[in-house]
Design a protein around this ligand. Structure first.
Ligand SMILES: Nc1ncnc2c1ncn2[C@@H]1O[C@H](COP(=O)(O)OP(=O)(O)O)[C@@H](O)[C@H]1O
Ligand SMILES: CSC[C@H]1O[C@H](OP(=O)(O)O)[C@H](O)[C@@H]1O
Length: 399
């Protein structure tokens, strides 16, 4: 990585002229750094007419939101570019297109999705995209099925697991999802009024054993090439369009982790809406979120089963009924990982706009409380929820 240097806006323009793949490179004239994520630099490159044309994304040698005190591998740019490229093969309609990757500079060039908006930003405003949930279910089914043992030859699968070994990024997830919120960790961050609730997570034996099981499966179950961080801030939406971005946590892990993270962020929004919108709009929005949860799961499960029936290459896994049995385990994992996402986004360090934008402090505290309580309920109930309707009934019961 000796040639590595952190890009300025001028560097990003120069780079885009050379590697941006546009017909008229000389017209590229300006860059704006628009990164709002926790980790990287993202430059939007504009032409002389002020039209944005292409995106240049560069990994920093540390965690952006913390600074140089938290060094982080530059190899995450490769993992992001290669995960997105792999997912694009199987689901081009719902994956951002990466057109160039440079390991020396930890830079990638990708399609500009300025015609879209980040889904989380829309969800917090109460904007509804009726197709988004089904499209996310389709993305999850296509990418996770096609990178699983249902399809890949065992030799190819093992080679792919090796290519996507991602220890440093996985360690972040292992710590932030499964350790910090269940210990008294300096990174944790929650309202003082919730100290008794947060403290109760640290001493709840059943909860800690369930979380240990989820962490253990995150370590050990190399079921498919996950996106690894498919929250509503990693998803762009537009009318009848959805595109996943930001896959630097990609690795071979348990399918339920991706599905659970996706559902978890819909439920964080469900918990936050009473603090974000007036009562009637919030109630309507919450119903839409529950429908979204149903739609993501139902689409994912139906498409995964249809793909398994049509395309399973392994003779044992093709046995009638096996794919259904496998999906029952994915369902239990999904609910458990969904619960851990709710808790790590409220007790842990990485908070999200669905809670952060609630202006009234008392209301914000109550929304966070409901999110933590729901998270715990889901983790504890994960093995006992029959289907998505039963899940929705439990969510309603939790309040
Ligand atoms: N392909 C893209 N087209 C347009 N904007 C993008 C694109 N990729 C990222 N962005 C913008 O940059 C922001 C940060 O990107 P993201 O990949 O989430 O960064 P990080 O890896 O730091 O989390 C996104 O929220 C979005 O606003
Ligand atoms: C110390 S990284 C925290 C957090 O940030 C990542 O999100 P994003 O890249 O979308 O900003 C990921 O969710 C990590 O858990």
């Amino acid at each position: 990585m000796s040639q590595y240097r952190t890009f300025t806006a001028a560097d990003a323009v120069e780079y885009a002229r050379e590697f941006g793949g546009v017909d008229d490179p000389a017209s590229l004239s300006e860059a704006q750094e628009i990164g709002d994520g926790n980790l990287n630099l993202v430059f939007k490159i504009f032409d002389r007419q002020g039209k944005s044309r292409v995106i240049v994304k560069q990994a920093l040698p540390y965690v952006r939101c913390v600074g140089e005190s938290w060094p982080l591998t530059l190899d995450r740019a490769r993992l992001e570019a290669e995960t997105l490229t792999e997912h694009y093969k199987y689901c081009p309609q719902h994956t951002v297109k990466v057109t160039h990757y440079d390991p020396q500079l930890a830079v990638m060039v990708m399609e500009d999705l300025s015609s879209h908006r980040i889904w989380r930003g829309e969800l917090v405003k109460g904007a509804y995209y009726p197709q988004a949930a089904a499209q996310l279910g389709e993305y999850l089914a296509q990418t996770l099925f096609h990178t699983s043992d249902f399809v890949l030859h065992p030799h190819q699968k093992k080679a792919e697991v090796a290519r996507f070994i991602n220890p440093e990024m996985c360690e972040i997830t292992e710590d932030l999802f499964f350790n910090d919120p269940y210990t008294d960790h300096a990174r944790n961050n929650y309202p003082q009024a919730l100290e008794p609730l947060a403290a109760s997570l640290r001493t709840d034996d059943a909860l800690k054993i369930a979380v240990a099981g989820l962490k253990h499966r995150f370590f050990a179950h190399a079921e498919a090439l996950l996106h690894g961080d498919i929250h509503s801030g990693s998803v762009f939406v537009a009318d009848n369009s959805l595109k996943a971005i930001d896959a630097e946590f990609g690795y071979f892990g348990p399918i339920g982790f991706d599905v659970g993270t996706a559902l978890g962020n819909l439920l964080i929004n469900y918990c936050g809406l009473p603090g974000l919108l007036p009562p009637r709009e919030a109630a309507e929005g919450r119903e839409l979120r529950l429908n979204d949860v149903r739609e993501v799961w139902n689409t994912f499960a139906a498409r995964f089963l249809a793909l398994a029936e049509a395309k399973t290459s392994d003779v044992a896994l093709a046995y009638p009924g096996y794919a259904q049995a496998f999906l029952r385990k994915v369902w239990a994992d999904t609910i458990g990982y969904c619960g851990t996402e709710l808790i790590r986004r409220t007790v842990g360090m990485s908070h999200v706009a669905d809670m952060k934008l609630i202006k009234d402090e008392a209301m914000r505290t109550e929304c966070i409380r409901s999110c933590i309580t729901l998270g715990r309920t889901l983790i504890l109930a994960a093995d006992h929820v029959e289907d998505v309707d039963a899940l929705i009934a439990r969510i309603r019961q939790a309040g």
